[in-house]
Design a protein around this ligand. Structure first.
Ligand SMILES: *Cc1c(COP(=O)(O)O)cnc(C)c1O
Length: 369
């Protein structure tokens, strides 16, 4: 890869393939793989990622919102796509683009059936979401009869799957709670199997669930963060490869005298003479103010350089005193030798938030295909 000449997020499709194959190796061959590509593929490049995942053999995609599913269809993706969080206003568009809705309440299930009937659909595939303890979306265990009655009352839809979501699959201290969620899910599914007379697929595991609860893979697993190279703990992180490297360059170097101040509100004051560099990336690119004022740093020619002063909308400044570098040199914000989990921690957050927050203004560059 040539050195960066501007701010870019490099996406390594070779690393994506490595992660996919690793996660797949942790499931049985007959378990289907749903690749979660919501939020632009966790802030990467959803089209590039999805095309590679089709090639690798992903059985299903999941997105959060209907518009994300439509974008994948427009990019030519023909794989089934689950929309995790549709609203009833989207139901016609869902059918029009052959997307499969997650239906999580009596209201949306009813509404979707009405839409499917109006459009003369037969056995349109839907996914019924159950709440087993996250208390975010889903029918409760007490509401299974509502699901049964609505599904039995119409031939316009058919459940392709039942699913639920774990609240703390990465946290060993919550193992008992997680096992209870899995138990509740199994109970609900078996009851509905009996009452419906057919067997939709079952799935409950996200990435950490796949790793930590191998007996709960059921018919399909849903992996997001692992595909992008993060395992939610140290040993798993080591087996995965982060696919993204956020790079920028030095726009300008300044020499400050003792007592000079830098940036908005003069938040940084030089206690001795300093050399600083200004970089073309700021909070509008997803490097939020939490990273400023010496809390996080970047790598320049292998050296750690702290971010000083307040993060600006389009720029940050770093302290490069004692570091040999010049204007135009490449700077690594995260990726490669600076793990994104570590960078995220310096900004008081987690990899999920850091990577999904890299704004669409940052150019994506695919490598490693
Ligand atoms: C985002 C999401 C996932 C993916 O979780 P990861 O921890 O990124 O693997 C799976 N299922 C649901 C319902 C989600 O919202």
């Amino acid at each position: 890869m040539p050195k960066a000449r501007e701010t870019v997020l490099e996406i390594d499709l070779g690393a994506l393939a490595h992660n996919y194959n690793y996660i797949r190796s942790r499931t049985n061959d007959d378990v289907k793989f749903m690749a979660v590509v919501k939020a632009f593929g966790y802030g990467s490049d959803v089209t590039g990622i999805a095309k590679k995942l089709v090639e690798l053999g992903a059985d299903y995609f999941a997105v959060a919102y209907t518009s994300e599913g439509i974008a994948l269809r427009k990019a030519g993706i023909e794989t089934p796509i689950l929309v995790l969080h549709p609203q009833s206003i989207n139901f016609e568009a869902i059918i029009e683009h052959c997307l499969e809705p997650s239906l999580y309440s009596e209201f949306v299930l009813q509404k979707f059936i009405e839409t499917a009937e109006k459009q003369k659909q037969k056995e349109y595939p839907v996914h019924i979401k159950f709440n087993t303890g996250l208390n975010r979306l889903g029918f409760s265990e007490k509401e299974t009869s509502i699901v049964r009655d609505l599904l039995k009352g119409s031939t316009s839809v058919k459940a392709a799957s039942f699913f639920s979501h774990l609240a703390a699959s990465e946290d060993w201290r919550e193992r008992e709670f997680t096992l209870l969620q899995i138990h509740t899910f199994r109970k609900i599914a078996l009851k509905l199997y009996d009452e419906l007379g057919y067997r939709p697929m079952l799935h409950i595991c996200n990435t950490s669930g796949i790793i930590n609860y191998p007996k709960a893979h059921f018919d399909m697993v849903r992996s997001g963060i692992g595909l992008y190279g993060f395992g939610n703990d140290e040993p798993e992180d080591q087996k995965l490869k982060p696919i993204g490297t956020l790079k920028t360059i030095i726009s300008q170097i300044h020499h400050m005298q003792k007592g000079d101040t830098l940036g908005y509100n003069r938040a940084f004051k030089a206690d001795k003479s300093k050399k600083t560099a200004t970089l073309p990336i700021g909070h509008a690119d997803g490097i939020n103010r939490q990273y400023g004022n010496d809390r996080a740093g970047v790598l320049i020619n292998g050296n750690y350089a702290p971010i000083i002063g307040n993060v600006c909308m389009d720029m940050i400044m770093i302290d490069i005193t004692g570091i040999e570098c010049e204007e135009g040199d490449e700077v690594i914000i995260f990726g490669g030798p600076q793990h994104a989990t570590k960078f995220a921690a310096m900004g008081n957050t987690i990899s999920y938030e850091l990577i999904t927050g890299i704004s669409q203004r940052v150019k994506r560059v695919l490598i490693g295909n």
